[in-house]
Write a protein that binds this ligand. Structure first.
Ligand code: PXG
Length: 461
């Protein structure tokens, strides 16, 4: 095997990568032709690649590096924990300090009666836990027929068979036999795409009431839970109209349906509160957490469970768990991350400084000829690209063609801004400063201009 190091030329690293590494959510044959961009180091909000480019990471990795890159304290805590106790399980009547302390801390931070944590290695695993836990909860309560979970089209809850089924990504359901039985989906509250002539408020109510219709048609005695992201992330940063969440909460209360808030993206400060549920004003029975829990420095996720649900689950053995549930190194790293978020008042920074500063500049992007709407909550934002703002038209080219062109311009301008279809999205590290926000917006505007010129040149607009 060759010595693989940063000192190899980029083309060689790319060839080695293409020869053995299968990338997730990627057409690997196409990538092999092009070569993956090799990221070698990172600090704060900036990535460095193998050619020495400095790239502003407006996606915080995959929406996870909340405290920013390159924090030495995190490395030190990981090394210390590896020396002291690199691994032990929590299955057979044992526990360890990092798991005890982290569960305690999460219970302190989580709202209401969400005082119990079941650890997993990722958001997908945690949502798989949730499927089994809510079904088991109703079974223990003598209502085993309550086994259906309702999710939303275009929602994202992970990529395993269970969590991918909860999600409503058509492209994922098309591969590998998803969804599993007893998962149902309702439509998402995406006013820009689907609102037609309704006002956003009318539309929000209308889409929330789809949950009530689904419960009534499936049968109240068949539905276990509803799962949704407080702000839909991977679906394109879709912010529900204000009427939506109060109605969802009412419906869950009325029909005794558990509410699962998937906080994998929204949790740990992204929306300007500790949890997105606080921002949108809901009282979930379970929250899914991952990503920002450790700021991506170690893989860890979990389900934060209400006292009521946990007390029912506690009555008998729940035959479920992962080798790495509560992994001591990951838990210690997560605890240090929470300490940094708290001590450095990073959530206050989002709420009082970064989000208000970005909000105006983000909203101003609608002045650009390609931008139809600009939505933002805390530090997660999206813009809808359109050939005609007034009619909220879509491009004649296949969905995502224009978004991809724009994303490629961003990349060329040293900005990581993603596209979901023809929406462009950002979710930078929470520590981003106003000066860095200026750089982000300037690069985004340049990229939008270049994209606009390309669309004209190719007759796509
Ligand atoms: N829930 C939500 C809301 C997520 O965003 C998961 C669960 C699954 O977490 P894990 O740790 O199993 O990946 C996610 C993950 C994208 C993208 O392209 C988003 C995610 C993952 C990969 C890609 O935006 N979100």
């Amino acid at each position: 095997m060759p010595m693989i190091s940063n000192h190899l030329p980029t083309a060689e690293l790319q060839a080695l990568d293409a020869s053995h590494h299968m990338h997730p959510f990627t057409c690997n044959a196409e990538l092999a032709q092009k070569g993956a961009r090799v990221i070698t180091r990172a600090k704060g909000v900036m990535l460095t690649d193998s050619d020495g480019h400095e790239i502003l990471d407006a996606m915080a990795g995959l929406w996870c590096v909340n405290i920013g890159y390159g924090r030495d304290e995190m490395a030190e805590v990981a090394a210390r924990q590896m020396r002291e106790l690199p691994y032990y399980n929590t299955f057979f009547q044992t526990t360890h300090l990092p798991a005890i302390a982290l569960a305690h801390k999460i219970a302190e931070l989580a709202p209401g009666a969400l005082n119990n944590v079941f650890f997993a290695g990722s958001g997908s695993e945690a949502n798989d836990t949730n499927i089994r836990m809510v079904r088991h909860y109703w079974a223990v309560k003598g209502q085993p027929s309550k086994s259906i979970l309702i999710g939303r089209n275009n929602g994202y809850h992970g990529s395993s068979v269970g969590s991918g089924s909860l999600g409503g990504m058509a492209a994922m359901h098309a591969q590998g036999g998803l969804p599993i039985p007893d998962i149902h989906h309702i439509n998402e509250p995406n006013w820009w795409a689907d609102g037609g002539d309704m006002s956003p408020e009318e539309f929000g109510l209308h889409r929330a009431q789809e949950l009530e219709q689904a419960i009534l048609s499936l049968g109240e005695d068949r539905v276990a839970a509803f799962i949704a992201e407080p702000v839909q992330g991977a679906g394109g940063v879709i912010v529900a109209p204000e009427t939506y969440w109060p109605e969802i909460q009412r419906i869950c209360d009325t029909y005794d349906i558990l509410l699962i808030a998937d906080e994998v993206i929204c949790g740990f400060g992204r929306t300007g509160e500790w949890f997105g549920s606080q921002t949108v004003g809901i009282r979930p029975d379970i929250m899914t957490i991952a990503k920002g829990l450790s700021s991506g420095y170690a893989p860890i996720g979990g389900s934060v469970v209400s006292d009521e649900v946990a007390s029912v689950i506690a009555k008998s053995e729940f035959n479920h768990g992962y080798t790495y549930s509560g992994h001591p190194v990951a838990a210690a790293v997560a605890l240090e991350n929470l300490r940094i978020l708290e001590d450095e008042r990073i959530i206050e920074h989002v709420r009082d400084v970064a989000a208000p500063y970005l909000k105006d500049k983000w909203a101003a992007l609608v002045d650009h000829p390609l931008v139809g709407e600009a939505k933002i909550v805390g530090l997660m934002g999206s813009i809808a690209l359109t050939p005609n703002k007034a009619t909220r038209a879509v491009f004649a080219a296949d969905t995502g063609t224009v978004g991809y062109i724009c994303r490629e311009r961003c990349f060329a301008n040293n900005l990581v801004m993603r596209h979901v279809g023809d929406r462009m999205i950002v979710a930078p590290p929470l520590v981003i400063t106003p000066e860095e926000i200026d750089v982000m917006i300037a690069r985004a505007r340049t990229s939008l201009d270049e994209c606009h010129a390309i669309l004209k040149e190719r007759g796509l607009i």
